[in-house]
Design a protein around this ligand. Structure first.
Ligand code: G3H
Ligand code: 13P
Ligand code: ZN
Length: 326
């Protein structure tokens, strides 16, 4: 058994100060998922070059794919890399969609600085009990905790819900009060994956429920809110995927202007995974088409990584407003 590691030993910070600044500055911290070295390089270099704080997210699926210990050391290496390059951006390592106390505890002991306990599949009271237990343990280690109320629709490998249930504003004060969570993920119409809305060609996607968000802000003044399922599903990359042999017709995401509006509100953390997947897939598909003799992973993963870095800089600068904050 490896010895426990505290997140400060890895050069990480929890999300408390990040969210306070994001609330005051009316922007959102980007939370990007990573599963491999190229995604991590793109996230770190993109955030370093755009001077943005960053939350590195690890899902259960990522832990299974890449191994929690390896991911932790990759995050440590990423911190060292940007410090050697002279960057001071705050970096947090976060468990995305933790579903048990044991999983959250294991991540906290391994050096994560923030965890999500997603009890949204449980009843209100069971969600509170589970979340409270995680908060009590996490706070002993100064690790911050994200809870969730409401259910997002959408299907991902590890996060799957058939239907969405918007967060009920009349539940948020009791949930936050009884659990002691540091931030709250809510459901206002976003969903996971690349097919967020069913729209016919030419139709626009339904707007997010900003009325629910505003009511939550009124009930929890100054409290950090989190938006999951916030990829825009950039159509330029969907088109490249479809052009080079993919089949992703009808893939659609949350329009950027709606995310900009959310970022100016109490939404302090915006989760983005699918957009990164689309960029890498598009560039790799094109690379194989353009040069069928290409069998050097550096020559298809490298361009995919470089394009992902560009996307991250654009998101931080034009959508989240987190660029040039450090
Ligand atoms: O919210 C889900 C994230 O996009 C992670 O997806 O469970 O397939 O790693 P994953
Ligand atoms: P997307 O699928 O919209 O990128 O959402 C990712 C997410 O919410 C991770 O927790
Ligand atoms: Zn999510």
């Amino acid at each position: 058994m490896a010895a426990n590691t505290h997140f400060t030993e890895l050069g990480l910070v929890n999300t408390r100060e990040m969210f306070k600044k994001a609330m005051e500055g009316q922007y959102a911290i980007p939370a990007y998922n990573f599963n491999n070295m190229e995604q991590l390089q793109a996230i770190m270099m993109g955030c370093m070059e755009s001077h943005s704080p960053v939350i590195l997210q690890v899902s259960s699926g990522a832990r299974k794919y890449a191994n929690q210990t390896l991911l932790k050391h990759m995050a440590r290496g990423a911190v060292e890399m940007v410090r050697e390059l002279g960057s001071k951006i705050p970096i947090s390592l976060h468990l995305d969609h933790g579903d048990t106390f044991e999983l959250c505890k294991s991540c906290i002991e391994s050096g994560f600085s923030s965890v999500m306990i997603d009890g949204s599949a449980h009843s209100f009271n069971d969600n509170i009990e589970l979340t409270k237990k995680v908060v009590e343990y996490a706070h002993q280690h100064d690790v911050t905790v994200e809870g969730e109320l409401g259910v997002l629709a959408g299907i991902e490998d590890e996060v799957s819900h058939e239907k969405s249930h918007y967060t009920q504003p009349n539940e948020v004060e009791e949930f936050v009060g009884r659990t002691g969570v540091d931030s709250l993920a809510i459901s206002i119409g976003t969903s996971h994956g690349a097919y967020k809305f069913k729209v016919k060609p030419g139709e626009s996607v339904p707007p997010l429920r900003f009325d629910i968000l505003e009511e939550i802000e009124r009930r929890l003044p100054g409290f950090p809110i989190v938006l999951h399922g916030a990829s825009s599903v950039v159509q330029e990359y969907v088109a490249i995927i479809n052009q080079y042999g993919g089949k992703m017709e009808g893939a659609v995401g949350v329009p950027e202007e709606q995310l900009r509006r959310a970022a100016r509100s109490a939404v302090c953390k915006i989760n983005i995974d699918s957009d990164g997947r689309l960029v890498m897939t598009a560039i790799i598909r094109k690379a194989f088409h353009d040069d069928p003799k290409n069998f050097d992973p550096r020559k298809y993963l490298g361009p995919a990584r470089d394009e992902l870095k560009k996307l991250i800089i654009a998101k931080n600068t034009n959508v989240l407003g987190s660029a040039n904050r450090y």
